[in-house]
Design a protein around this ligand. Structure first.
Ligand code: PMP
Length: 355
């Protein structure tokens, strides 16, 4: 009989991240860009991929891409680090700043990966829940941070899945009130048009997370990056997997980044569809949409799990948060193409008006 020892105790009860991806006509569940990379840019990317030596390890730190990102942000190479998606850098954060005897301050409801990484690394998680409208309980966070035992925190801005940015005034106060490392997760900043980057020079404890997965249509390629002060970046480099960003991803990301201006019309289209969707959602009886600075809208509806089923049966996949803590009756719809959004709205109305 085969026997195997139990895995590490902190894995007990830990549920693996599940994006709940299912085949559908309209994928509006993962906050992806509904438009794939433009064929011209794709062709250029493929030309770069063809040039790559596949038998050689990639440049471990993706320095060419790092330099491009640094230059675009008015920073130096040692203030940037590229990772295998933002997800890898979030994991590195927990490895470098967490661990037994260390404390992570979490602001639920927020991206579930933050707390999961903290638990995996045996880090103590302290929750300061958001207000009922999902704004941050700013005074409670400042007071808790001032106690001095918090080692790191993540503030998603805009916050996934609820939608709004954190106030820059609050973030400045927080950065000044603590020496904990504060990651501002700007995975969706291209849709909010706001960044904390100008504050990097004044705050050694600020690190900013970005990704190619959303505005730049590269969720399938897995490239993200952080901007931070050289001392902070150095600690991330110590814990990262040496070759986490492969040669193919580096080549594609370089071409996409060089062409980033061409993604602007697509971003504009998402922002204007967001306004149209918000207005339409307000008119659906029994639906409460929450304001959004991002490429999705979180909304509440009675019988949300049933609404999810109805939408799915009609070809629309949205994300069901109805049984997640703090998000009762909540669904999240990613802004898609106008056609996908119409299909969603039509079916949500039909569900809301069902006899
Ligand atoms: N931060 C937030 C808030 C996210 O929603 C996501 C994607 N779900 C990420 C980070 C990580 O994205 P990626 O690994 O695709 O870069």
């Amino acid at each position: 009989m085969n026997k195997v020892r139990a895995s590490a105790p902190q894995l007990q009860g830990l549920v693996p991240y599940d994006p709940k991806y299912l085949p559908a006509e309209a994928f509006l569940s993962a906050n992806e860009n509904p438009r794939d990379v433009d064929p011209e840019i794709r062709k250029q990317a493929m030309r770069e991929v063809k040039k790559a030596a596949l038998n050689r390890y990639p440049d471990p730190l993706a320095n060419e891409l790092r330099d491009m990102i640094a230059e675009a942000n008015g920073l130096e190479r040692d203030q940037v680090l590229v990772g295998n998606g933002g997800d890898e850098l979030l994991f590195d954060l927990a490895l470098a700043w967490g661990g037994p005897g260390r404390t992570f301050l979490n602001l639920p409801p927020t991206f579930s990966v933050y707390a999961a990484n903290a638990r995996l690394t045996n880090t103590t998680v302290v929750d300061i829940p958001r207000n009922p409208d999902y704004s941050i309980d700013e005074e409670a966070v400042l007071a808790r941070a001032a106690q001095g035992d918090v080692d790191f925190m993540v503030v998603a801005s805009p916050n996934n899945p609820t939608g709004l940015m954190a106030s820059p005034v609050f973030l400045e106060r927080l950065l000044g009130a603590t020496d904990a490392l504060v990651m501002v997760d700007e995975a969706y900043f291209e849709f909010s048009r706001q960044t904390m980057r100008p504050q990097l020079a004044a705050h050694e404890n600020l690190v900013i997370l970005r990704t190619f997965s959303k505005a730049f249509s590269l969720a399938g390629v897995r490239v993200g990056y952080i901007l931070g002060n050289p001392g902070v970046i150095r600690e991330f480099v110590k814990v990262r997997q040496p070759y986490s960003v492969d040669v193919v991803s580096q080549a594609i990301a370089r071409v996409v980044f060089a062409n980033r201006a061409k993604f602007e019309p697509g971003i504009e289209a998402i922002i204007s569809e967001r306004a149209r969707m918000m207005e339409a959602l307000h008119k659906v009886p029994g639906v409460t949409p929450y304001p959004s600075d991002s490429n999705w809208i979180f909304f509440k509806i009675a019988d949300a799990a049933e609404a999810w089923e109805y939408l799915y049966a009609h070809g629309v996949l949205v994300r069901d948060f109805s049984s997640a803590p703090y998000l009762e009756n909540g669904l999240r719809v990613t802004i898609g193409t106008p056609e996908q959004n119409d299909l969603f709205l039509r079916n949500l109305r039909d569900f809301a008006l069902r006899p």
